[in-house]
Write a protein that binds this ligand. Structure first.
Ligand SMILES: Nc1ncnc2c1ncn2[C@@H]1O[C@H](COP(=O)(O)OP(=O)(O)OP(=O)(O)O)[C@@H](O)[C@H]1O
Ligand SMILES: [Mg+2]
Length: 332
């Protein structure tokens, strides 16, 4: 069953056309991530789904019904914001129960749902504390708990982890993935962090400048990007782009090669000079110059390579991507 369908959704603020002909289907239980650079319209799209913004044209369907004129509280959704948006004067339990009280749920249901959410999120010890007495990660869990207790049809997350430090971001990311499995809920998650998108999503929607560039599973997008933008956006270190003329005279295309598909070889066709080496322990990233083009080669394991060294690079068989001047993907 389709949980959410967007058909030709457009959104303008005055003269500014922010969302352009967005079409999307989200299946029941799917984890969908909207990813794209700052200002591309991710939050606006989420707010349109939530009903916090009206569409300018097009339709939003939730569970098969058009909800264009349905207020947010009647859409069966719960949204978690980057800013947490907790009520500072209410303790954790009251922050979590407020929406249920507004829905006039019974005390029994309220207690049961808070207990369930607190257990899932490891918040049982903190129910009596105020937001100011919690760490950033704990606050974020309360914000998620507040969404869980409502048993929504659809969870919407807008960059929920961006205020957390790197280690906590990783942990909370795992918790959200677990939660998705446990709740079997439909989730839409916004981030500008491609690694979050790759690790969490069943389906990624890549947005640029208010348009959908490509929709697919993480590996579909990684292995088969439709254009240079998607190719360069997903993957870290990012795909290298070079003039294809470096390999064959007169070729005017752009060659794209992922860092893990470049390797050192005495018979390699690309002459490179090492500029910098990142020894990561498990991997070694070699940042090198080919003429005046910088490339990154990601080598497995540890390598005694130093800045200033010259060597030859080769591209793994079948791992070249080609793009035209406008960035569209060409068949090899
Ligand atoms: N209320 C508004 N009035 C006018 N323009 C707006 C309004 N809200 C958003 N915009 C514009 O719409 C565009 C998309 O904004 P949006 O917040 O959706 O981007 P985003 O992808 O979430 O970016 P970020 O990653 O920085 O959060 C931006 O150019 C923004 O300036
Ligand atoms: Mg945003």
């Amino acid at each position: 069953m389709t949980a959410l369908t967007l058909t030709n959704v457009n959104k303008s603020f005055g003269q500014v056309h922010v969302l352009k002909d967005i079409n999307l289907e989200v299946e029941d239980g799917e984890f969908v991530v909207f990813v794209g650079p700052s200002g591309c319209g991710k939050s606006t799209l989420l707010r349109v789904i939530a009903g916090l913004e009206d569409v300018t044209s097009g339709d939003v369907h939730i569970d098969g019904e058009i909800v264009n004129h349905t207020p947010p509280s009647k859409r069966g959704i719960a949204m978690v914001f980057q800013s947490y948006a907790l009520y500072p004067h209410l303790n954790v339990r009251k922050n979590m129960t407020l929406a249920l009280k507004q829905e006039r749920q019974s005390k029994e249901i309220i207690d049961q749902r808070v207990a369930e959410a607190a257990r899932m999120l490891n918040l049982e010890e903190y129910l009596g504390r105020f937001p100011s007495e919690l760490s950033g990660g704990q606050r974020q869990r309360v914000a998620i708990g507040r969404a869980i207790v409502r048993h929504p049809k659809l969870f919407l997350f807008d960059e929920p982890l961006s205020n957390l430090d790197a280690a906590l971001r990783m942990n909370t990311r795992l918790e959200i993935a677990n939660l998705h499995r446990q709740l079997e809920a439909t989730m839409i998650y916004v981030t500008h962090d491609q690694s979050e998108a790759m690790t969490l999503a069943d389906k990624i929607v890549v947005l640029r400048d208010g348009r959908v560039e490509q929709i697919g599973s993480p590996m579909e997008l990684y292995n088969n990007p439709v254009n240079q933008f998607v190719a360069g956006f997903l993957g870290s270190p990012a795909m290298n782009f070079l003039p294809a003329g470096l390999l064959s005279d007169g070729d005017e295309r752009t060659l794209g090669v992922r860092p893990e598909d470049l390797y050192l070889s005495d018979s390699g066709e690309l002459s490179a000079t090492v500029r910098h080496v990142e020894h990561l322990g498990g991997d070694t990233n070699v940042i090198a110059m080919i003429n005046d083009h910088q490339v990154t080669a990601r080598l497995f394991g540890q390598h005694a390579i130093e800045a200033g060294q010259d060597f030859k690079l080769a591209v793994s068989e079948g791992k070249s991507y080609y793009f035209d001047k406008s960035g569209e993907r060409l068949s090899a």
